[in-house]
Design a protein around this ligand. Structure first.
Ligand code: KG4
Ligand code: ZN
Length: 334
């Protein structure tokens, strides 16, 4: 009997990054992402423009991913793709492409949930968390604490009741006149600022849930009032403003995560999603983790923000279970 390697091509197109990756037997061989600069000037992702950019990028991105992996189309065993959640027009491009290619190659399709994939990014590199572990997933659209029981079973024990953490970062940046996505810029300027220069009210929300809307409003009025008095306030205080709002967001994220660990007794703590790229959050989690005897898991930068390697990893686990998609599949309803 021949032991053919399992080669999976994965495609991610849920928001504004067109991504493709190739995995062989659980190891990532290539991971390619094409971002979309077109949204910068609009202060957020414009869905119509995102779909069009995916349509232009998808063929070259897949070609480069296969080339870098040194894998020919004929060597693929399956195609994994993000079926949701995400922008419908963006998802449609990836789903249709995956279906056509799987049909042409006569190989199975694997539908992947984008949020599950963010968590499964932890199984790309060592050390890998063991079940059960707590995962704080913080992205542009989601903020939640999950007890992960196995690769595909997670119990959500806390979630945001309004904005996501990434949204809070992006809105804070927009108020300062910074382009989209503002999260990475807040992170960059915060490095040179004093996190306690300006104090914002702490969100008051019960249980393990999050709320960022009150903080956002307080911050908006704070900026507006200071600019009224001094039009150069933002320019003169950019690092301190960024460091202070970043501190408030991280403090809120950490408080509930600490509570979740205390309540569940789980000390393996993982971070996932785009905001896990934030240097302040990564540092704070490491320091708090040392204090509390946690085993902390933080993905490599390239696996934090949207990427297809995590889709490939999730696809691989589904492949091993024989869990394939039907040819009639369309993007998840939500
Ligand atoms: O996971 P992701 O790439 O896409 C979604 O699934 O939403 O997350 C994108 C979010 C954006 O809000 C972006 O501003 C934020 O992650 N983000 C950051 C950083 N890098 C990305 N936020 C704060 N600091 C960063 N370094
Ligand atoms: Zn994401």
């Amino acid at each position: 009997m021949s032991h053919q390697p399992i080669n999976i091509l994965a495609i991610e197109s849920s928001c504004d990054d067109t991504a493709a990756a190739v995995l062989q037997n659980g190891v990532i061989l290539s991971n390619v992402v094409a971002g979309q600069k077109v949204h910068e000037q609009y202060g957020g992702v414009v869905p119509e423009l995102a779909s069009r950019a995916h349509q232009q990028n998808i063929v070259p991105v897949v070609d480069v991913a296969l080339q870098q992996a040194g894998i020919a189309k004929a060597q693929l065993q399956a195609i994994a793709f993000t079926a949701g959640p995400g922008l419908i027009g963006s998802l449609m491009v990836g789903v249709s492409f995956a279906k056509s290619m799987a049909m042409a190659l006569n190989i199975p399709l694997i539908d992947v949930n984008h949020m599950q994939a963010h968590v499964l990014a932890h199984f790309i590199d060592d050390p890998k968390p063991k079940f059960p572990f707590l995962c704080l997933t913080v992205s542009g659209g989601h903020t939640m604490i999950t007890v992960m029981k196995d690769h595909f079973t997670g119990e959500i024990i806390g979630h945001t009741t309004d904005d996501a953490a990434g949204e809070a970062f992006d809105k804070a940046a927009k108020i300062l006149g910074l382009p989209y996505p503002g999260g990475p810029l807040i992170d960059k300027y915060a490095n040179d600022g004093n996190p306690r220069a300006f104090i914002f009210p702490k969100p008051n929300i019960p249980d393990l849930n999050y709320s960022f809307s009150g903080l956002k409003t307080a911050y908006l009025y704070f900026v507006q009032n200071h600019v009224k008095e001094n039009p150069d306030f933002v320019q003169e205080n950019l690092p301190d403003i960024c460091a202070s709002i970043q501190y408030s967001i991280i403090d809120h994220l950490m408080k509930k995560l600490i509570l979740a660990s205390e309540q569940t007794g789980i000390k393996q703590i993982a971070l996932a999603g785009g905001v896990s790229a934030n240097s302040g959050l990564r540092e704070t989690l490491k320091t708090e983790g040392e204090k509390r005897n946690w085993e902390v898991f933080i993905p490599a930068f390239e696996y934090c923000t949207d990427n297809a390697a995590m889709i490939a990893m999730a696809g691989y686990f589904k492949f091993l279970k024989g869990d394939f998609a039907n040819q009639t599949i369309s993007p998840y309803a939500r």
